[in-house]
Design a protein around this ligand. Sequence first.
Ligand code: ZN
Length: 263
Amino acid sequence: MEMDIMLLFPVILGWLAGCFVNYASDVLPFTRRFSQPVCLHCQTPFSWADYLTLHACRSCGKGRSLRAWLVQILAVASFTYFWLSPSKPLGFWLGAIVLIYFGVITVIDLEHRLILHPTSLFGAILGLIVGTFIYSHKYSLLMSVGQSLLGGLIGFGVMFLLYQFGTLVARYRSQKMQTAGQADDDEEALGGGDVYLLGVLGLMLGKDFILNALILGVLFGGIISLFLIIALLVQRRYSNDALMTFIPYGPYFIVTAFYLLFL
Ligand SMILES: [Zn+2]
């Protein structure tokens, strides 16, 4: 019985965490700061009571998005799960902060194909703390900071090179399209924000695990993209351009890091 009442704690905490992820994802891409939440349909400001209880907009009557509800459910479920069996390297509290951070960047990346600089900066600080904490079980403090920094450098460096390569390919392609008389569409195979994201994940995972995360993330993203291309082929909607369509790799790397840190 005591156990059941104790479970209310992660449920409430998870609900609040979900609210924060929704809030950050609603305001940061538009105002770049923690401004008052507004209805996404009519821009009427929400009262905090309405916002936190997912109340429909009182001005235009439109309900909150499916994403808002999904985030709430996932947040409550994951907080309850990790309350009962916390991440071994992170523990519950640090794990909770990492979960919230992953939630915010995943939602913003999926909805806007954007990795914001302020969230990357926050992530770098969090990443250094997480990485140092993980390695401090094994090494001295100074060594642990070094492991984390080295991981960050590798993640950032490898992704930076891939990004440069992607830019070259894009330039070649836009030249080809211009000679073919098509308009340049400015697609990037790999977003620049992913370079910062991999720097952050490198800080978190440290030098021992960042390469695993890179390889797993690229494989995972590649496999999903392959299925998407096959689906397009089956629907006969495939064209040459589909191959070069922007792949938001960010979420795949986040899923991989989540797996390495929590499971
Ligand atoms: Zn409204």
